[in-house]
Design a protein around this ligand. Structure first.
Ligand code: PLP
Length: 395
């Protein structure tokens, strides 16, 4: 047998972490890596946050899982917290981002059904990433994710990201809404413009469409706001959140207004694990840490400092780097050469973990608790990495 016990769907690298220490990961051979990937925008409190660990330990010793057939004091408390701090009136808990997006897609379709309409199509945006389930790969135009899995789920129309006229032109009699990342993550840390986000909101209002935001990567304080849409002064009808909300514990949620959730009545959706007490304890510990003005202001301030240092730094290597973009501590360095080999070079030669993304972008996603010491170490490693980098022949 040549297949590996772990289904070989990931191009796994040689880094094999066995321990986390604040903003560092320690490999099984003892090598220390500076983690500015954060499990791809997940470990927002780093790897050894006492509040998060304590909450999980206490809850694990008390009650880990019960069925959603029972009342959930833990789920009610976290849902109330999210309702109090966001646009939402109601919350469905999931275990991942893709499941949160799935629930959001169903919520949008069910809204129109509840209005006596058959509108089911969501307008989505090129180079988006929404997850790896059938519905979420169908929502993305990226053919590399479709290969081998046809036919896709019907009901998605792809248009250019950040192109309001294209979005408007795509509206038809079957359109149920828009599904969009306010800041594309996998697509290369591409923030939508103010005009685009405000325009989508206006179009949704005008045509009674659902504005569904995928904030799985950009949500939960990453950009200096609890959710990224707050930068645009708009509110969605439905929002998918995950990654950071569990701080490393698998947790996601679909947030909706009362109006948008009209179709999501008894028996329409479910999940065995979604909203279990252990996940709720993790989510509450994360909210305790991040959902306050001081923490959010710190993320904004750190993001500005990191960005201006990055902008200065890339000027030293005009042949490698083009520009810096993003918001808060969700930053991307767009490269003039292929970003993947440079990302691997930083990882393997300089023990610096970042994440490669589309559009030849290097994602810089530090834990939100990183401070000056970690930023200095980051620049030491990045500078050394740029200084001894040779662009591969094929890149
Ligand atoms: N949506 C966005 C914007 C993401 O970045 C991701 C994951 O990278 C997902 C959805 C899917 O989340 P998960 O991998 O937890 O299913």
């Amino acid at each position: 047998m040549s297949i590996t016990p772990l289904m070989p769907v990931y191009p796994r690298c040689g880094v094999r972490p066995v321990r986390g220490d604040h903003c560092h990961l320690i490999d099984e051979d003892g090598t220390r890596y500076l983690d500015f990937a954060s499990g791809i925008a997940v470990n927002l409190l780093g790897h050894s946050h006492e509040g998060l660990i304590g909450a999980i330990q206490r809850q694990a010793a008390t009650l880990m899982h019960v069925s959603n057939l029972y009342g959930s004091p833990q789920g009610e408390a976290l849902a109330q917290r999210l309702v109090d701090t966001t646009f939402a009136d109601t919350v469905f808990f999931t275990n991942s981002g893709a499941e949160a997006v799935e629930c959001a897609i169903k919520t949008a379709r069910a809204y129109h059904k509840s209005q006596g309409s058959d509108r089911f199509e969501l307008i989505t945006f090129k180079n988006a990433f929404h997850g790896r389930t059938m519905a979420t790969i169908s929502a993305s135009n990226q053919e590399k994710m479709h290969k081998g899995f046809m036919p896709l789920l019907a009901g998605f129309k792809y248009v250019e990201f950040d192109d309001l006229e294209a979005a408007k032109a795509a509206i038809g009699p079957q359109t149920a809404g828009f599904l969009v990342e306010p800041i594309q993550g996998e697509g290369g840390i591409r923030p939508a413009s103010m005009e685009f986000m405000k325009g989508l909101r206006a179009l949704a209002d005008e045509h009674d469409l659902m504005l569904v935001l995928d904030e799985v990567q950009c949500g939960v304080a990453r950009t200096g706001k609890l959710y990224a849409h707050e930068h645009y002064g708009i509110a969605p009808d439905v929002l998918a959140t995950a990654k950071g909300i569990g701080g490393g514990f698998p947790l996601g949620a679909c947030l909706a207004t009362e109006k948008a959730a009209r179709g999501m009545g008894l028996g329409t959706h479910g999940s065995t694990y979604g909203g279990n007490p252990l996940a709720m304890a993790a989510g509450m510990a994360v909210m305790d840490a991040v959902a306050n003005e001081e923490f959010l202001a710190e993320v904004t301030e750190k993001g500005e400092r990191l960005r201006s240092r990055l902008e200065q730094f890339i000027g030293n290597y005009p042949e490698l780097f083009e520009l810096v973009r993003g918001k808060g501590l969700m930053l991307g360095i767009k490269m003039k050469v292929e970003s993947r080999p440079f990302f691997a070079h930083l990882r393997d030669k300089h023990q610096l973990l970042t994440v490669a993304a589309g559009d030849n972008t290097l994602r810089v996603l530090p834990p939100l608790v990183a401070g000056d010491a970690e930023f200095d170490e980051f620049f030491d490693r990045l500078s050394a990495g740029a200084a001894d980098y040779t662009v591969p022949e094929t890149a």
